[in-house]
Design a protein around this ligand. Structure first.
Ligand SMILES: Cc1cc2nc3c(=O)[nH]c(=O)nc-3n(C[C@H](O)[C@H](O)[C@H](O)COP(=O)(O)O)c2cc1C
Length: 367
């Protein structure tokens, strides 16, 4: 019996946030030293040249990443990397430290293989995360996800994001601009064309200035969007990302929709506000990946995220146009072998199709 089959009932007997804390602490303790991490990597990392990809100038050992929100404070990215993920995105980090919403703010919907969360960007703030990164050698390809502090008015959003970018970009392989969390009031308005263009332009310019001061290449900036945008809004956001010189789009964040859930509506309603992740968001996330891929003619790498539980889901995302994928809710339901399981399954499908690299499969559904 796989170990996680034993652990899962134990973890699921705890409320979700304490279970998450316990699992993170156990993971951290079990993978504290480089030899422990090397041992885990030897078991869980699928090494094959067909899975290695290059995106926006970065080489990823495999295309399966851990999505933002699991390691919000940058405390366990090396342990997560050792579980066979090709990259780890930490954050969302905001300029100001903030506690997030009052608990309970994370719930399981097992009948839907889903989670509902209204965490609200709980994080120790960009200064504290930068201090931690300064003393921790980074092992995996590290993405850092940037958000707006709750206390910063929407009109001052750019300045608030810029502060976080300045503090954290030295440590990141790429930076993700999160304008799509449903749990910070007003945040998603930054997806509207005018403020989005203004924000992305300011961040791009600063990233370029910092790079030239350093004498290196600017950190790639990716835009993370919501599944609740309409199709025209997705197309518009993708076009803006392309025009403003972004390196990619991450699709998608959690959804505020409650449509099609198996969990009784009254029960869902009692849980209150928040974003749904996991299986219910998968179909729309694949559609959004498709739309971004089509709108940009495949010129902008897309990171597909939403309801990926196994290789079939990841393969669907890749064929829709995702050059990289990420998981979050799948990790809770499937456990710490999920990156290996997905990578092995992708490899199997590549061989079955006679493909020598993942790149041949990216966007195949459109050809
Ligand atoms: C508890 C929880 C916290 C999250 N926190 C963040 C976050 O801080 N920033 C972010 O960009 N996305 C966050 N997400 C969204 C995930 O990164 C991902 O986009 C979404 O959950 C869909 O993927 P999944 O179905 O594999 O979970 C969070 C998701 C969950 C479940």
């Amino acid at each position: 019996m796989p170990l996680y089959d034993l652990l899962r009932p134990l973890l699921f007997s705890l409320p979700p946030e304490p279970a998450h804390r316990a699992a993170s602490a156990a993971l951290h303790a079990a993978m504290l030293t480089p030899p422990q991490r090397a041992a885990a990597r030897a078991l869980l990392q699928v090494r094959d040249p067909a899975l290695a990809v290059e995106r926006f100038g970065i080489r990823f050992p495999n295309p399966v990443g851990m999505a933002a929100g699991f390691d919000k404070a940058g405390g366990s990215f090396n342990a997560l990397g050792a579980l066979g993920f090709g990259f780890v995105e930490i954050g969302t980090v905001t300029a100001l430290a903030q506690p997030g919403n009052p608990a309970p703010r994370l719930f399981r919907l097992p009948a839907d293989a889903a989670l509902l969360n209204r965490m609200g960007f709980n994080n120790p703030g960009a200064d504290a995360v930068a201090a931690r990164l300064r003393r921790t050698p980074v092992e995996p390809v590290l993405g850092i996800n940037l958000g707006k502090s709750k206390a910063a008015p929407l009109e001052d959003a750019a300045a608030d994001y810029l502060r976080t970018l300045e503090l954290l970009e030295p440590f990141a392989a790429y930076l993700a601009v999160n304008v799509s969390s449903p749990n910070t009031p007003g945040l998603r308005q930054l997806q509207d064309a005018a403020p989005l263009r203004e924000l992305l332009r300011a961040l791009r310019l600063r990233a370029a200035q910092l790079a030239s001061a350093r004498g290196g290449a600017a950190r790639p900036l990716l835009l993370k969007i919501a599944p609740d945008l309409t199709d025209p809004q997705v197309e518009e956001a993708a076009a803006i990302a392309l025009e403003e010189g972004l390196a990619g789009v991450i699709a998608t964040n959690t959804t505020v929709s409650r449509a099609g859930l198996r969990t009784p509506a009254a029960q869902v309603e009692r849980l209150g506000a928040g974003g749904i992740s996991g299986a219910p968001v998968h179909r729309r996330a694949v559609e959004v990946v498709s739309l971004v891929y089509r709108t940009t003619g495949g010129r902008l790498p897309v990171v597909g995220v939403g309801g990926i539980f196994g290789a079939d889901d990841a393969w669907r995302m890749v064929r829709a146009g995702a050059g990289l994928v990420q998981v979050w809710t799948g990790f809770i339901y499937r456990g710490f072998g999920i990156a290996r399981e997905i990578n092995r399954g992708l490899l199997h499908r590549l061989r079955r199709e006679g493909m020598r690299s993942l790149d041949q499969a990216v966007g195949a559904a459109h050809r």
